[in-house]
Design a protein around this ligand. Sequence first.
Ligand code: TRP
Length: 404
Amino acid sequence: MGKQLRILTGITTTGTPHLGNYVGAIRPAIAASRNAGAESFYFLADYHALVKCDDPARVQRSTLEIAASWLACGLDPEKVYFYRQSDIPEIPELAWLLTCVTAKGLLNRAHAYKAATDVNREKGDDADAGINAGLYMYPVLMAADILIFNANKVPVGRDQVQHIEMARDIGQRFNHIYGGEFFALPEAAIEENVATLPGTDGRKMSKSYDNTIPLWLPEKDLRKAILGIITNSQAAGEAKNPDDSNIFAIYQAFASVDETAAMRRAYAEGIGWGDAKQKVFERVNTELAPMREKYDALVADPAQIEDRLRAGAARARALATPLLAKLRRAVGLRDLRDTASTATKSKTLVEKPALQPVVFRDGDAFAFKVLDAKKSVLAEKGGFADPKSAMAAAREAMASLGGG
Ligand code: TRP
């Protein structure tokens, strides 16, 4: 039997879950976790939370709320791996091993770090002013999260795609340097048909825009929040364009195909905004109410959640511990009595193969590959305007692979 596909994703524990998180991440992930044929890993990225949040009570509270949310929404912790990152000591340990094979230049190019330095430069400050090294190392910790479980697919938003590519690069480089297939190389899975929910101001619902509707508001407050969503000034009786309406987009994210079609007709017939919002509230509330009851019960019983997370970590560590032991041996963190492996290691060093760049035409553009002596492809990228820039990128890739 072939190895099962492994799907893994992390949720940073800095905030309170909102409707956008539910529609865009929690609901689709739980649906996917019910598919047989894949092993799912969901974890609370509390080490990542420390990069942007130094409020301990908030990290703890967010961990509780996010764990309770996933469980209330139907995640079955017996069928998936559900754990807290900081319960897996193999993750930060692997992060250090990976740090030592990661090109500093790769991290310089990370979008989040670059954006932070750009802001500083614009203000005339030192490029690194106020930036902690955690932000800089973020992609390496994330690579460790993914690689420690040999995940194949990582469902993420577009903003995280670069991080997955970096995890791939870093894993590939470790495999290459230490001469083994230690890590599966992960791929980002971007959910194309998952709705991004508009927030109360029409922009994408996001904590950074301060336009969110918390997922577990009591019914009365949920209604109030939905009635407060900004709409245009069209009067009742005027035909309205559903495709230009936040209210409709939210409705659609919760309603069936038939319900959505009926709502389209109501818009054409000039439903008033007040009525349309009331319908959104009712539809959303129908879906959330039973889960809200579970959520409230779970949050009131933190011991139960703590126990489940620890049980999840124990199961996950059963996978992580043997892999880390293998990696420690591979890099030379070894039992000194183990002399046989010392010999193997120096042989590997001697046989380290040379790298070779290959540039080729790919449709209208140019692409490169970096091959090792056994002709395995270590890096590959297309979309270059001319052979020269493809070759330059190939050399850069070779440098970051530590050879050439
Ligand atoms: N960085 C991710 C985010 O902000 C969270 C995260 C941490 C993650 N580690 C991960 C996602 C590993 C996927 C895989 O959304």
